[in-house]
Write a new protein. Structure first.
Length: 478
């Protein structure tokens, strides 16, 4: 019997796993996909919100501000990319100034530091490409951008290094109470545990409703995005928001941590919890509304579009608590925006609840740091030359758009919880995320995966499951 089983390997599940690994517990993460970071955590705005938007007094507001404050040190400890680029909420009408002022006052109440309202001249000086009709903006210097894949993978690797097990391709089909804990049925057999953490994203309501008479509802809220080439990455320096409306913060325009420009998301409630398809209407809305706050957007530089799902809980609030009437079952549900920003604090809160249930000893061997994949671009020419002499794979460029070497891809496959698919390599190294969107590098990445994982080319998938790429009956026909 495990002490703790966490359902879901997104950022909230992996942050919880890492914090729980600070204690001497036998812990396991069950994930229905083939890798970590395969749900909401892989398809979002990659924004670290300052914390002025969530309702004052809410758990969202509290954890957003705490998570934002924790992010910089966490990024250093776990070696993932994060930058405080600041954010601007643009007001385009004098009539809307009271709403901007209310947002400022809410942010101050929530504990957001350094907030101020800029006039038109100050705004134009900071962002020359802001819309001509902008009259003011709320400026939050503490806002940031992050690599969501890098953070999620770093949290998972660090949890794994500290003893947490991960079971992939393992979908939960049922849960029931047993003496001393819970039995969890999955497509890979049954698991028993003293404590359950439900971090299942858009599926968290299904898991919760298996054990509680007090039902919750999670609605998948689809968000369409457009990603622009790095040639457009300097069009704005800060994250540009519109004044929030009924469905959230609206369409943003922001640089990404890797130098691209991202536009989105829409906010469309759907029924399909796997409905990540984009729509023409959604993408048209992204392009139109993004252009309302930022002028001269180079739309011809769009290199891809995608959609993600937010786990929208009916009351628009995080649910992080031991479920009443289900002793030892802890919800970590309704983790929509600002969930990514809040996840460091979410992990601490979940671990504290689990600690109260199990009363475990601290883990004296806990290691709180982790080193990511070596990026040769961070080295001097002399250091890079020495690296290539020691390991020629670092001298072979596989992805020309992002300049990713064979050495980096091999590292991504061989490291803890290593990549097993093209998307797994992409999330860890960015091979395939450039202008050609893997058009040139995918065959070589497939060859490396097949060689390193000792499998046939026909077994290499895009993202696990039935997403095989190569077809044929023998090697010559591939």
């Amino acid at each position: 019997m495990y002490d703790v089983i966490i359902i879901g390997a997104g950022v909230s599940g992996c942050a919880s796993a890492r914090e729980i690994s600070r204690y001497k517990v036998n812990a396991c993460v069950l994930e229905k996909a083939e890798d970590v970071c395969c749900g909401t955590s892989k398809a979002n705005s990659a924004i670290v919100h300052a914390g002025y938007d969530a309702a004052s007094g809410s758990l969202m507001a509290k954890l957003n501000v705490q998570g934002n404050e924790m992010m910089e040190q966490l990024s250093k400890d776990l070696d993932f990319e994060f930058k405080r680029n600041g954010s601007l909420v643009v007001c385009r009408s004098e009539e809307d100034m009271p709403n901007l002022q209310a947002l400022y006052e809410r942010g101050v109440t929530n504990g957001v530091k350094e907030l101020r309202i800029l006039n038109k001249e100050e705004l134009k000086e900071l962002e020359p490409n802001i819309a001509d009709d902008a009259v003011a903006a709320l400026y939050a210097p503490t806002g940031g951008i992050v690599c969501p894949f890098g953070m999620n993978i770093a949290l998972a690797e660090n949890a794994y290094t500290n003893g947490v097990e991960f079971k992939f391709n393992t979908e939960v089909t049922g849960i029931h109470k047993i003496d001393g804990g819970w039995a969890i049925e999955t497509n890979q057999g049954k698991y028993e545990t003293k404590c359950v953490v439900n971090a299942a994203g858009v599926h968290a309501d299904l898991i919760h409703n298996m054990v509680s008479d007090k039902k919750i509802t999670i609605t998948p809220r689809r968000g369409d995005y457009c990603l622009l080439d790095k040639t457009a990455g300097n069009h704005v320096s800060r994250t540009i928001f519109a004044l929030p409306g009924k469905y959230g913060k609206g369409i943003l325009v922001s640089p990404t941590i890797h130098g691209n420009l991202i536009l989105g998301p829409t906010a469309i409630d759907i029924e399909n919890k796997e409905g990540t398809n984009t729509t023409r209407e959604g993408l048209d809305e992204v392009l139109q509304k993004a252009g309302e706050n930022v002028k001269n957007l180079p739309m011809r530089s769009v290199i891809t579009s995608f959609a993600g799902l937010r786990a929208h809980e009916t009351n628009h609030e995080f649910i992080i608590e031991e479920v009443e009437g289900a002793e030892g079952f802890v919800d970590c549900a309704g983790i929509e925006s600002p969930g990514l920003s809040s996840c460091p604090a979410i992990g601490v809160m979940v671990a504290d609840i689990v600690k109260g249930i199990l009363n475990p000893e601290e883990n004296p061997e806990f290691v709180g740091t982790r080193k990511g994949i070596l990026d040769p671009d961070t080295l001097t020419k002399e250091e890079r030359d020495q690296l290539i002499r020691e390991n020629p794979a670092y001298g072979t460029i596989i992805c020309r758009c992002e300049m990713i070497t064979e050495g980096e891809i091999i590292d991504a496959i061989r490291r803890p919880l290593g990549a097993k698919s093209l998307d797994g390599v992409k999330r860890r190294t960015r091979a395939g995320m450039g202008r050609c969107q893997s058009g040139f590098c995918s065959p070589r990445v497939m060859e490396i995966l097949a060689r390193e994982c000792k499998m046939d080319m026909k077994e290499v998938t895009k993202s696990g499951g039935k997403s095989a790429i190569a077809v044929g009956t023998n090697k010559d026909s591939i």
